[in-house]
Design a protein around this ligand. Sequence first.
Ligand code: ZID
Length: 205
Amino acid sequence: GKRAFIAGVADDNGYGWAIAKSLAAAGAEILVGTWVPALNIFESSLRRGKFDESRVLPDGSLMEITKIYPLDAVYDKPEDVPEDVKANKRYAGSSKWTVQEVVESVKEDFGSIDILVHSLANGPESQVIGSKLIDSDAGGSSISLTYIASERIIPGYGGGMSSAKAALESDTRVLAFEAGRKRRIRVNTISAGPLRSRAAKAIGF
Ligand code: ZID
């Protein structure tokens, strides 16, 4: 079976969760990256069975998440993390959550992944997470989620999000070209329909 890493799962309402389920239903092993401040609540909710209903797969079994990695994709490496964030109670309880460290941990734990899903919201950064995570081997694929506000004005889609999506689409083209040629890795971004996720509610969609 394939092994998938889905960055951006912290509850059962977003795209990341739904994509994880589809991949699990198709037989993939699921690893997720969860925003550090949301890690405790996500793990304890999972443990307490709060997501059991939404973990049900078409065959009646429950989606298993093999491992949850704390992740803050704003920071590429430990040197990038400001002191106040390091000292923050919500961060100090976890370790190795910068992009580079998560890549190393996944490599150490599993060797490689076949599928990378970027389902992070709220930031212009971290697109390149894709190339780094699947760098090790030929083959595999990476997807992210975009929105048409990258190319047309959509009133209300503010806060730099439209530019972030434009950058994401540009990075996707460049990475698809480079990673495709060098390593036969497919790189795509999907413009999906509206979903009342936490991120969508936060920007009033
Ligand atoms: P979500 O809140 O469920 O997922 C985002 C995740 O990112 C959460 O788990 C956060 O904890 C996590 N996160 C945030 N910052 C960080 C960080 N620094 N490090 C690690 N994790 C972090 O929201 P979602 O599922 O909506 O978002 C997933 C992706 O889908 C995002 O890239 C969205 O921009 C994209 N997307 C969502 C929608 C939507 O409707 N939900 C649309 C298009 C793209 C869209 O807005 N018509 C109107 C609107 C839209 C589509 C059609």
